[in-house]
Design a protein around this ligand. Structure first.
Ligand code: NAP
Length: 296
């Protein structure tokens, strides 16, 4: 029997995943806190649910893609949460980026009701969610991952089993240290190129194909040159991830020098009311410090 899929959270990432699951032929039920966001998916063939519990009552595999740790807790364990509707044997796949420690606690609570869980945070941006090319980092039981694999293959390209519950979230935080380090390097380099009077487009072209190339440079570099700050990933959510890195690093006693610097640069932008802009707007913090504007 093909498993019935439910998806909770139709934001930038969730709506791309939902469209890809429908395209792959899965029976899909959706729930989103802001109901109007469900309409486009209903038009594409998804069934609407009244609550996370209602969605879970009609689903074998329940995917969540919401913002932060308390939000995952609310939709899974809250009053109208999945835990109150799911049948024993159901599988929850959490694709949000949240605390590894909280993930282990949530998995234990669900297990008390016979509900399995995988943490399966993703990387690849809004483009990856739309195209079904996400990189997925999985924590939890290997057998449940095999069960989930056809579903994960509909939304992602690289699926890696990292370890037990929470290990997927830890790998995602590793990913985020790399992402923001890349973003800062890109920002500093473009500012430097601007100050040196270089043609920025040609410079980007020249360095993108060599050892300095990165996803961030080829996807967000051109956006910076156009001064297009529309988010694939907002500063507010990026900052949430850095907070998770700093908390975990504190527990582990690990120094995270660059990440804490970048956390504070993003804080400056949040204070200026720019939290809804894309994470590549980090360059604006450097522009403010240097008085140089890029691509303007
Ligand atoms: P988004 O566009 O801001 O969407 C957030 C979603 O979470 C919305 O559907 C929102 O519902 C829902 N939500 C938030 N709090 C909730 C609550 N308390 N109860 C119920 N629903 C709640 O965010 P996104 O970019 O899709 O990101 C979602 C997750 O994926 C985050 O954990 C993020 O870190 C991760 N992620 C994002 C990217 C990216 O490039 N965007 C990449 C990898 C991972 P409403 O519509 O009602 O607000």
């Amino acid at each position: 029997m093909t498993e019935r899929i439910g998806l909770i959270g139709l934001g930038i990432m969730g709506r791309g995943m939902a469209a890809n699951l429908l395209r792959a032929g899965f029976t899909l039920r959706v729930w989103n806190r802001t109901r109007s966001r469900m309409e486009a998916l209903i038009a594409q063939g998804a069934q609407p649910a009244d609550s996370p519990a209602d969605l879970a009552a009609h689903s074998d595999i329940i995917i969540t893609c919401v913002s932060d740790t308390p939000d995952v807790e609310a939709v899974l364990l809250g009053e109208q949460g999945v835990i109150h509707g799911a049948q024993p044997g159901a599988l929850v796949i959490d694709t949000s980026t949240i605390s590894p420690q909280a993930t282990r606690m949530i998995a234990e609570r669900l297990a008390e009701h016979g509900i399995h869980m995988l943490d399966a945070p993703v990387s690849g941006g809004s483009e990856g969610a739309e195209r079904g090319t996400l990189s997925i980092m999985v924590g939890g039981d290997a057998q449940q991952l095999e069960r989930a694999r056809p579903v994960l293959q509909a939304i992602g390209q690289t699926i890696t089993h990292i370890g037990d519950h929470g290990a997927g979230q830890m790998a995602k935080l590793v990913n985020q240290i790399l992402v923001v380090g890349n973003t800062l390097a890109m920002s500093e380099a473009l500012l430097f190129a601007q100050a040196g009077g270089l043609d920025l487009e040609r410079t980007l072209q020249a360095v993108s194909g060599g050892a300095a190339g990165s996803w961030m440079l080829s996807h967000r570099g051109p956006q910076i040159l156009r001064r297009d700050w529309r988010p694939g990933f907002t500063i507010d959510l990026q900052q949430k991830d850095l907070r998770l890195v700093l908390e975990a690093a504190d527990q582990l006693g690990t120094p995270v020098l660059a990440t804490s610097l970048i956390f504070n640069l993003y804080r400056v932008l949040q204070q200026a009311g720019l939290g809804g802009e894309g994470n590549h707007a980090l360059i604006k913090a450097l522009e403010r410090l240097s008085g140089i504007s890029v691509g303007a």
